[in-house]
Design a binder for this molecule. Sequence first.
Ligand code: FUB
Length: 325
Amino acid sequence: MIKKKLVFPVLLLLILAPLKSVNSQVKFKKDSNPFVKHLYTADPSAHVFNNRLYVYTSHDENDAAYFDMLDWHVFSSDNLVDWDDHGAIFSIDDIACAKKWAWAPDCIERNGTYYFYYPVERTKIGVAISDSPIGPFKDAIGKPLIDNTGQVEKIGPEPIDPAILIDNGQAYMFFGCRELRAVKLQDNMTELDGDISTVKINGIENDKENFGGFYGEGPWVFKRKDTFYFIYSNGWGKESTLVYATSKKPLGPYDFKGEVMDPVDSWTSHGSIVEYNSKWYIFYHNMNLSGDNYRRSICFDEITFAEDGSINRLVFPKKKKGKQK
Ligand code: FUB
C-alpha cells in the first residue's frame, strides 16, 4: 500500500510530467540583449500568430564544443518585455531519420495547423506538425521532406536553415548553406510542389565568401508593402553579418542592397525580421553571454526603413570585438 505522505508528491509529479516534457515554462523579462539568459539559444525565427509574437530557436548545449544541438525551443510574448520559454518543443529523439545537429528551424501556420521545419545532420530537412504554436509537435511524414543523399547537384551540398514564406496562398521554402535553393510547397505543407530551384541575387557576382553579398546561410524572406526582402548571412568572417536583397517576386531574381546590421561577435550570423504592432524588429544571435561561438544567445532590436524602402542599418552603440575565425 502506498504511504499517505507519498500520495501528494506522486500525484503532483503525474500532473506535471506531461507539462514538463512539452511546455515547461520559464517566465522572464527582457532587460537587455541577449534577452534569453537561462539557456543558450541561436537562429531565431520570429512570427506573429494570433497577435502574439513567437520566436523559434535552436538550442546550444551548455558544454558545447561544436553545433551538436539536440532540440528546439519556442519563446513568446505579447509585449516584448514579458517572455515565456515554452520549453523544448521538438527534439532529435522525436525524429526517426536523424541522430544529430538540430539546427536552425522555422515554423508557419496554415489553416489552424502549425508546421515546424527543421534541418538535421546538415543533409535533411523535415517537417513536424501541431495544432498549437507551442507544440507538442510530432513528425508529419516520418521521413525527410528534403534529403540531399545522391542529389547534391539538385538540392545543394548543405540543405540547412529552412525559411518559410506564404504569399498569396502559395508557400515557399528557402534553404541552403553556400548554395541558396527554394521550392514551392503544396497546400498540405508537407510535400514539395515542383522542382527545387536556385534563387538568383543580382549584384553579388564578384563577392567572395565572408564579404559583400556572398550567400552564406540563414535565409529569411518577408514582404513589406509590395517588396520581398531576402535577408541572409554573408559568411563567417570578422566582418560578416546579415545582408539583404529585394525583389518584387518571392522567387526573385533579387537585387543586392547591403548590410542589415553591424557584425556580431560570433562566427555565425543568423536572424529574422518581423512586424509586430506596427513596428519592425530584427532577431539575431551573438555570443556575448558565453564568449564562445558554440554557445550563442538570441537578441532583438527595433529596425526601421528609409522612405525608399531600404533598411536602416542596425548600428550597435559600441563596435563589438572582431570574430575569431
Ligand atoms: O546553429 C547551427 C547553424 O549555425 C545554423 O544552421 C546556421 O545558420 C548557423 O547559425
